[in-house]
Write a new protein. Structure first.
Length: 481
């Protein structure tokens, strides 16, 4: 009997994706998003007409007696802050205007767009039946109140102090409530970008890192583009899909299908919500019938056409596999394009790896290094599947020749990517997906472990299940950030 080989295929390492900070000048790039912002300014800062007003105006919703701490915290955005000693990734935060070239207007008094929630009413809500719903009704009333002054602000900032923790997340048998998602559902339905502030952000000891993330998020929610991918796959649109089961009135469960569309440079365009009441459920996961998958992706193509024309190629990401019916529906919707891809992106896998030393001596060769596997390592495991380490050692990003492991400790796990349709070579597919891990503008960190397509579609799906009614037309992406 012939001896079978157990040798794995050769692995590859993808280089860190460079980011662009200017729509015209190709030399304004950097692999480090924050260093790029400091040196070049935001991508949309060079665009005409401007996407962001000269002053980004904030409105407040906060319990009474808590406006001052919130105001003091936000004023820090106009100051310089240094990272703690020993920090490696975050540069000094030089102030909002220095980074983005626009001002930030923070409410100073009752004449500004501010709604103070009476503490007496809050306490009554917390002591009543379904306190989370009663408090949410107060928040919704405050948002409706601010809509009457919509011309005076660009973003609502809501501050939920620690004493509201009992209603922030509520879980029971067959019941889950999340105040963050429920609030975002209300603001998104009214067309207003929102930023939620918690005490853990205000009290976090590394003020520099918190302000970087808050500043990037506020700029993006105001309509700005902090950065884009520098080396796009021209003519490609990326789509993240997520399905959310929920009740609709007295009907049985329906599925909200969330489709988040990104252009070839990783810029989130718009967000679709499509309701399907005819679906297949396998275990806990819903799957679409052929017709609904066709309609969902046809609507997604329409968004692309309205934004910039029919794409040459569409790449669809979701976390569960594509059933035969879903593949057939996708083929009917996308089959006339030059190419399309259906990729399953699995976060939880049984695979792991450690990085071994190279060297001539038998003692050193193969022994583990102090740092994890390189970020960007790609290992094919079949003709249609590969492992991609999106976490790991990002050597040279912070400083030439210097290792940087964002998670700090632990052994990183790879993503398992399975190609259910398409003919793009696996390494090219991995390179695109790898770049998309750097396109989440809700954080200032180097990367997320999953691509922004999956990250956003999942988060948007969590918010969508709280929306009492949805519209057929797309939503702006920034409303759900």
């Amino acid at each position: 009997m012939a001896k079978q080989s157990t040798r794995l295929p050769d692995y590859e390492r993808i280089k860190e994706a460079p980011l662009a900070f200017d729509p015209v000048r190709k030399d304004r790039i950097d692999v480090h998003p924050l260093r790029g912002l400091i040196e070049h300014g935001p991508f949309s800062g060079q665009m005409s007409p401007a996407l962001v007003p000269p002053t980004i105006r904030l409105a407040f919703i906060t319990p009474e007696a808590y406006a001052a701490p919130l105001r003091d915290y936000l004023r820090c955005l106009n100051e310089v802050h240094a990272p703690p000693r020993g920090g490696s990734y975050f540069p000094d935060f030089p102030g909002f205007r220095s980074v983005f070239g626009v001002d930030l207007a923070i409410p100073q008094g009752k004449a500004d767009p501010v709604v103070l929630l009476p503490l007496k009413n809050i306490q009554q809500a917390l002591q009543g039946p379904d306190p989370e719903r009663l408090f949410l009704a107060m928040v919704e009333g405050a948002i409706r109140q601010l809509t009457l002054r919509r011309a005076e602000f660009d973003i609502i900032v809501l501050y939920f102090p620690e004493f509201l923790d009992s209603v922030f997340t509520v879980r029971g048998e067959g019941y889950t409530f999340d105040l963050h998602d429920a609030t975002k559902a209300i603001t998104a339905s009214t067309g207003i970008p929102a930023q939620i502030i918690l005490d853990r952000s205000i009290g976090y000891k590394d003020r520099c890192s918190v302000l970087w993330s808050l500043a990037v998020a506020l700029y993006a929610k105001a309509g700005g583009v902090p950065w884009k991918l520098a080396n796009p796959s021209s003519g490609t649109a990326y789509v993240g899909l997520s399905y959310v089961l929920h009740q609709q009135g007295d009907k049985t469960q329906v599925v909200s299908c969330c489709s988040q569309v990104f252009d070839d440079r990783g810029h989130g365009i718009q967000f679709l919500i499509f309701t399907a009441d005819d679906f297949v459920r396998k275990g806990k996961n819903p799957f679409l019938k052929r017709g609904d998958m066709r309609r969902l992706l046809m609507k997604t193509l329409q968004v692309c056409v309205q934004y910039g024309g029919l794409p040459r190629r569409v790449v669809v990401h979701k976390t569960t596999h594509f059933t035969p019916e879903e593949r057939e529906g996708a083929a009917e919707a996308l089959g006339l394009l030059d190419n399309y891809e259906l990729l399953q992106v699995q976060e939880d896998t049984a695979w792991t790896a450690v990085k071994g030393r190279s060297g001539r001596s038998p003692e050193a060769k193969g022994s583990p290094t102090p740092y994890p596997v390189d970020r960007g390592t790609v290992l094919p495991i079949s003709r249609f599947a590969y492992l991609l380490w999106t976490q790991g050692d990002a050597e040279g990003v912070v400083a030439r020749g210097r290792s940087f492991y964002q998670e700090g400790k632990g052994i990183p796990s790879p993503l398992l990517i399975t190609q259910h349709a398409g003919s793009t070579p696996l390494l090219e597919s991995a390179t695109e997906l790898f770049g998309l891990t750097k396109m989440n503008w809700n954080t200032s960190r180097l990367y997320n472990n999953i691509p922004v397509t999956i990250k956003s579609a999942s988060a948007l799906g969590d918010i969508a299940k709280y929306m009492t009614s949805t519209r057929q037309t797309p939503y702006q992406f920034r409303l759900f950030m």
